[in-house]
Design a protein around this ligand. Sequence first.
Ligand code: ADP
Ligand code: MG
Length: 184
Amino acid sequence: MSKVITGNPGVGKHTVAKQIAKNLKLGLIDINNVAIENGIFVRGKETLDVDAKALQKILDKKITNHSLIVGHLAPYVIPRNKVNMVIVLRKNPYKLIPVYKKRKYSKQKTIENLGSEILGITFYDALKKFGPSKIHQIDTSLSSVSKVVKRIEMFFEKGKFQEDQVDWLGLISKKGDLKRFFPY
Ligand SMILES: Nc1ncnc2c1ncn2[C@@H]1O[C@H](COP(=O)(O)OP(=O)(O)O)[C@@H](O)[C@H]1O
Ligand SMILES: [Mg+2]
């Protein structure tokens, strides 16, 4: 069975996945790259729309028992029966803002992605797709890259996991920032 690292853009997926694949000798499958290599992205002004069915078909053939699959699209394109362990990375929205600034995301794209992280859309969709017994979330804003890598490796290798509590909606409400993050 293969393993998955997912989460909204900017939470740290690729940074940790590369290291984990190397350390545990897993074959890294980057969903975005597979989509681009196979020409199944439709380029919009600022977005890449994907044909989820076509992508799932291609990924299904690529995935082995030693795959580590990474990408925010995982809940929509990975067949559930091929996966036994899923990590959803989360990041404090206040710490996501500088990541999106650096990536030069537009206001619209920034607000959409922050909203998605605050509401936990990817987490919820992963939960629906893969089921609660396979899935754990890690708050990457609390610790270093190496600590996050170690925790994920511990889970993948030994099945051990200490749960993180994530409540971004509670956090931004307490700070009086609901309107800032949800302006429309
Ligand atoms: N555990 C971590 N702690 C702090 N910063 C991190 C952590 N993991 C990644 N980052 C930083 O967050 C940013 C986004 O990481 P990246 O791997 O590109 O995210 P993603 O692949 O989810 O879009 C990078 O600047 C990276 O250095
Ligand atoms: Mg990435």
